[in-house]
Design a binder for this molecule. Structure first.
Ligand code: SAH
Ligand code: SF4
Length: 358
């Protein structure tokens, strides 16, 4: 991400923090903060940390991540799971395996799981419905789905079957950048999916990558405003990490520092949303997730997938925790949270409702 020629220097002040939280912020405030100087960044992070403490408390909510299939019909230019990447050994977990993995996560103390996959149409509306009902019938887990773009009827069916939340990152709201990254996708269709999910009463998660080729602070500022207008309730952001088997293999990628600025700005603009300290942050920097937790984040998504499949879900290279099992990850994450003087959330970690359509 480069500093656009129109990005002026803007010092961060407590008054600005107040202004950001009060109403829909001005783009001209956001872009300079997203590109602020290293010497100003600690002030920005500290302000976001105190807004997090005031609105969300000390709890870090854990969501156990189940990567249930790495088949994907799409060809997103950045992603190692893209269909044209023939080097991926593909796998799918069946109903019994997914339900058993969720049950094991609950045994480890999780109150919530995320079911994530490539866009894999083998999971028909009926198959995934059965999986959701299987988990809901045998556990008390809150369920987040992250399975890409589907039609309204499918989303409705899965919502009725018990899916509480849905994660679908917009990736970028810049039309040219979105088009360049998604040869087989359409920005307006992706937006329409998010509006549908919102209408159906899902707790709504979206987000973007940081450091995409050609991305500017102004573009990221417009992404923040679009997510504000959407009414996003969970916002996952992470650095773009170039994958060697993709068209973007020669790109520079994003950094932890750029991403931390976005995490902090998001916390100031959205005091009540759930903001994960993403695995991509931990993959670039051993303390990346802790740094995010101290710059506004309040959620972590430890991997609970069976160890044998983890390396095959290679969205980007260098992903952490590939040889660990779910019990190990749970202990490791709890230790990291306590080390920061924070607590592990013991409830389902539902969003604080700012909308009233459910
Ligand atoms: N197929 C689903 C969910 C799996 S991908 C979907 O696309 O929504 C989950 C997320 O991984 C994507 O939203 C994207 O933001 C992120 N991702 C993909 N490739 C990445 C890369 N090279 N570096 C960092 N994040 C990446
Ligand atoms: Fe498939 Fe998601 Fe990767 Fe795109 S980002 S190729 S939809 S897994």
């Amino acid at each position: 991400m480069r500093n656009g020629p129109t990005t002026p220097y803007l010092p961060f002040t407590p008054a600005l923090a107040q202004a950001l939280a009060g109403a829909r912020p001005a783009e001209r405030w956001l872009a300079p903060l997203l590109a602020c100087r290293d010497e100003d960044a600690p002030t920005l992070y500290a302000a976001a940390d105190s807004v997090r403490a005031a609105h969300m408390g000390s709890d870090v909510h854990l969501r156990g991540l189940i990567e249930f299939s790495n088949y994907c019909r799409r060809n997103c230019a950045y992603c190692g799971l893209r269909r044209r990447n023939r080097g991926v050994e593909r796998y799918r977990l069946d109903l019994a395996a997914i339900v058993a993995t969720a049950q094991a996560a609950e045994q480890l103390g999780y109150r919530s799981v995320v079911l994530q996959s490539g866009e894999d149409l083998w999971y028909t509306p009926a198959r995934l419905e059965k999986i959701l009902r299987g988990i809901k019938a045998t556990t008390d887990l809150a369920i987040t789905l992250s399975a890409g773009e589907r039609d309204r009827e499918t989303y409705r069916r899965w919502r009725d079957a018990g899916a509480d939340r849905y994660l679908l990152r917009i990736e970028s709201t810049d039309p040219a950048l979105f088009a360049a990254l998604h040869p087989d996708d359409d920005l307006e269709e992706r937006k329409a999916c998010l509006y549908t999910l919102r209408d159906l009463g899902y707790q709504l998660g979206t987000g973007v990558m940081v450091g995409l080729p050609g991305q500017t602070p102004e573009m990221l500022a417009r992404d923040v405003l679009w997510m504000y207008d959407l009414g996003a309730e969970m916002i996952g952001v992470g650095p773009f990490i170039p994958h060697p088997d993709t068209p973007l293999k020669a790109s520079t990628g994003g950094t932890v520092d750029q991403t931390l600025r976005l995490v902090a700005v998001l916390r100031l603009v959205f005091p009540d949303v759930h903001l994960p300290a993403t695995t991509a942050m931990g993959s670039l920097d051993p303390h990346g997730r802790e740094r995010a937790l101290q710059a506004g984040a309040n959620v972590m998504m430890p991997n609970v997938s069976p160890t044998e499949y983890r390396a095959k879900y290679e969205i980007y290279p260098g992903k952490i925790c590939l040889s660990d099992d779910a019990a190990h990850c749970r202990g490791c994450i709890t230790g990291r949270i306590h080390h920061l003087g924070r607590t592990v959330g013991t409830d389902h970690g539902h969003v604080k409702r700012v909308r009233d359509n459910s």
